[in-house]
Design a protein around this ligand. Structure first.
Ligand code: AMP
Length: 309
């Protein structure tokens, strides 16, 4: 069976960018590694509540649900990968460059692509399901795997970035990526938002001036394009349908329909989550723990043989 991996940091909130950028692209016909990446959360905040929430969102998919810190084989693998990596490759990462001028920035921001490479390479997954913000890190993991294979003989599957339905959802108040830690949080739709919160956030969402787009893909207005992308995913309507339905109209009717669609979507998801108990997650994690350990131990054994350590 083809192996696929997705990982999400266990912070307290999950927004529609995380959901449509990663989770909703999962496919149960693959052997999925469903990683709750709590070690990656250490650079920001780590949340027990967020960990359970991710567990509930990933629960329905086929594969192994696991928490990063329960499997030390991953951090073990990350160190030899670190020693084999020219620091220049890390310094080139766009995400690091965008953060590096912050005061006392954690070294975790520089090194995390190596932990992420270990997350992926230890599974032998050929598919990595993530948003486009992680594309460069997948390229990095591919380079590291290729370098290792060339030096020590074939050890790691070369992973591939899988293009998501929504590779980059923008903050509704700016044209920056929707993020739980950066930007105006009134421009972020969380899956836990109430109908009132959604209504308010869509009401104040930036649209630029003019009428609804007649050619969404080629429209230069990023904000309205972003709202059309969200609407299309939530309703299943094609861009062509949206263009026809809202031709020559102002944004108000569209915004009202988008609000209804988002409220209906989040309510259904909230109900789905509320039907999964913490005990169900704990049980699934326990069931998958040994399976994951067996897969990771085998990989580490092979890796150690190659490295002669
Ligand atoms: P994080 O919560 O940062 O660990 O991200 C979890 C997943 O969501 C990763 O696959 C990210 O690439 C994806 N993601 C985060 N923000 C967005 C966004 N605004 N649009 C699309 N995907 C996103």
């Amino acid at each position: 069976m083809i192996k696929s991996i997705t990982g999400l940091r266990a912070t307290s909130q999950v927004h529609i960018g995380n959901y449509f950028g990663a989770i909703s692209n999962l496919d149960s016909s693959y052997e999925n590694f469903l990683l709750i990446a709590n070690l990656h959360s250490l650079t920001d905040e780590i949340s027990q509540e967020g960990l359970m929430l991710l567990g509930k969102l990933l629960f329905s998919y086929n594969g192994y649900l696991y928490i990063q810190s329960n499997h030390p084989q991953v951090t073990y693998l990350s160190w030899p990968l670190t020693c084999d990596c020219p620091v220049g490759e890390l310094l080139r990462m766009t995400q690091y460059k965008s953060q590096k001028d912050k005061q006392n920035i954690s070294a975790g921001y520089l090194y995390y692509p190596l932990l992420m490479a270990a997350d992926i390479l230890i599974t032998d997954a050929s598919r990595v399901v993530v948003g486009v913000d992680q594309k460069q890190h997948i390229e990095f993991a591919r380079n590291r795997a290729q370098a290792f294979n060339n030096k020590y003989g074939y050890t790691f599957t070369i992973p591939e970035y899988i293009e998501s339905k929504a590779p980059k959802i923008l903050n509704l108040r700016s044209n920056d990526k929707m993020s739980k830690s950066k930007g105006d949080q009134n421009g972020v739709i969380f899956i836990s938002d109430t109908p009132d919160q959604i209504q308010y956030k869509i009401k104040i969402a930036k649209t630029d001036s003019g009428l609804m787009p007649i050619d969404i893909l080629n429209d230069k207005r990023e904000s309205i394009k972003n709202l059309c992308l969200i609407f299309s995913i939530v309703t299943g309507k094609s861009y062509n349908q949206i263009e026809q339905e809202y031709k020559n109209t102002s944004f108000s009717t569209f915004k009202s329909d988008l609000t209804d669609a988002l409220i209906s979507f989040t309510s259904q998801l909230q109900t789905q989550i509320s039907n999964i108990s913490n005990d169900m997650i704990t049980k699934r994690l326990q069931e998958n723990q040994q399976q994951i350990d067996a897969i990771f131990d085998k990989k580490i054994q092979d890796f150690r043989l190659k490295l002669k350590i």
